[in-house]
Design a protein around this ligand. Structure first.
Ligand code: PMP
Ligand code: GLU
Length: 427
């Protein structure tokens, strides 16, 4: 008997070692943001006083009234399956928000709640792209690390249109138009931007919408997850613009947003997608897909989302003010570091300085810096400061590092002092 069990165990082990992994998955990059966060957390757990500018996650707790709404729902027994896209109340609350705050003409039927905004983006790509058809998606870069892998995972080719710190990370609208081909299926927009911390000016967005209006075969995927984090304290008059509000684009815009950043709800995993196009058929297809993938978000979270959207304004404003002060502090301290070049952040909670002038130099511990990856690794090992290297944010970002300032001011002061010493120590 013992022998049979042992033999079976041996066979299973052999099978496992031969399990084929799909090349699409095997070749996909892991998320650089999550990798840095995990490494910094492991170093902290090992007792090293790491300062984490890695992950883009608010350091605030979810406001109490939002947490209470979820607790109440649990106590009331909201523990069973819900309709795939969410219940009527929560979908209506999102449609109402999109209509009144963003000027997007949509109804509850065009909305689905998803497992984070990441899931919405994945499903948008899955629903738009076809394997083997040569589909292209335009991605203005620097752009968040997950867009390109998700485009490629569903068979698309990512066409990057770059911008640099010298251009203030502004969209190059004429380069975007030149990149549009008959194979372009979509463009992904993200203003305020991760990783640049930049909100595209109204005139730039209007020029882009004008261009996109001429190319009717291009869908617009607008990731608006940082829309509430705007800093007029940095740029007076900064505004958020939704392409879905432009009547010329409304029918082919997929608006994506979520609760993670504005409401400090990262761990709740709530995002949403709204697509009024094709008489609601696109939304129906996405909901069908979602029904096979994950079904709905947790049922008892839905009342908390309604509570956040209805009564969360004061909490959002409070956190926004704190982020605005941190944006100003971060910019001031980064500008004081030799060899680094940066732009002021007027949105989101990132700064994306260029470290090109540090390339070719050696650190105090003797490492040669030949990439943003090498810079970030050395900074973490030698000065215990975690940042995300620029490479995975786009080809134009190979000599940038991302600093997330979603942490308390004393940590920003200490972490950027360490960064300054690190750079000053380069030879
Ligand atoms: N879009 C952008 C630009 C982001 O920075 C993030 C960060 N997580 C997401 C989408 C996904 O957010 P979540 O899945 O937590 O809603
Ligand atoms: N979006 C955040 C970031 O860029 C969270 C981590 C992730 O999902 O990438 O750091």
């Amino acid at each position: 008997m013992a022998c049979r069990v042992a033999c079976r165990g041996f066979r299973i082990a052999r099978y496992l070692s031969h399990m084929r992994i799909s090349p699409v998955v095997a070749n996909m990059k892991e998320s650089a943001t999550l990798a840095v966060a995990a490494k910094a957390a492991a170093m902290k757990a090992a007792g090293k006083p790491v300062i984490g500018f890695g992950v883009g996650e608010p350091d605030f707790d979810t406001p109490t009234h939002i947490r209470d709404a979820a607790k109440k729902a649990l106590d009331q027994g909201m523990t069973r399956y819900a309709p795939t896209p969410g219940d009527k109340t929560v979908r209506a609350a999102i449609a109402h928000k999109l209509h009144h705050e963003n000027g997007i003409a949509c109804t509850a039927e065009h909305v689905t709640l998803t497992t984070g905004a990441k899931h919405s983006i994945a499903m948008a790509m899955q629903a738009l792209l076809q394997f083997g058809a040569g589909d292209e998606v335009i991605l203005p870069t620097p752009a968040w690390v997950s867009y390109k892998p998700l485009i490629e995972l569903y068979g698309g080719t990512c066409v990057e249109v770059g911008s640099t710190v010298d251009q203030g990370f502004l969209l190059d609208v004429s380069a975007i138009e030149k990149a549009i081909s008959p194979r372009t299926r979509a463009i992904i927009l993200n203003s305020p931007s991760n990783p640049c911390g930049v909100v595209q000016p109204r005139a730039t967005m209007e020029a882009l919408f004008h261009v996109l209006a001429r190319h009717e075969h291009v869908a617009i995927v607008s990731d608006e997850i940082y829309e509430k984090l705007l800093y007029p304290e940095v740029s007076a008059g900064v505004v958020h613009m939704s392409p879905g509000a432009d009547p010329r684009l409304a029918q082919r815009t997929i608006t994506i947003n979520g609760m993670s950043k504005a409401y400090a709800m990262t761990g709740w995993r709530v995002g949403y997608l709204a697509a009024p196009g094709s008489n609601g058929q696109f939304a129906k297809e996405v909901i069908k897909l979602q029904g096979q993938l994950t079904n709905s978000i947790p049922t008892f979270i839905m009342p908390a989302v309604v509570e956040a959207l209805t009564n969360g304004h004061a909490g959002v404003q409070c956190m926004r003010q704190a982020f605005a002060a941190r944006a100003q502090l971060t910019c001031r301290l980064l500008s004081d570091i030799p060899r680094l070049r940066t732009t002021p952040s007027n949105g989101a909670f990132y700064s994306f300085p260029c470290v090109k002038e540090c390339m070719g130099l050696r650190t105090a511990a003797g490492r040669t810096l030949d990439s943003a990856q090498a810079f970030s690794e050395a900074l973490l090992e030698e000065s215990l400061v975690a940042v995300v290297p620029g490479e995975d944010f786009g080809a134009c970002a190979r000599t940038n590092i991302r600093v997330s300032f979603a942490c308390a001011e004393p940590l920003i002061v200490e972490g950027l002092a360490r960064l300054k010493l690190f750079v000053q120590g380069l030879r």
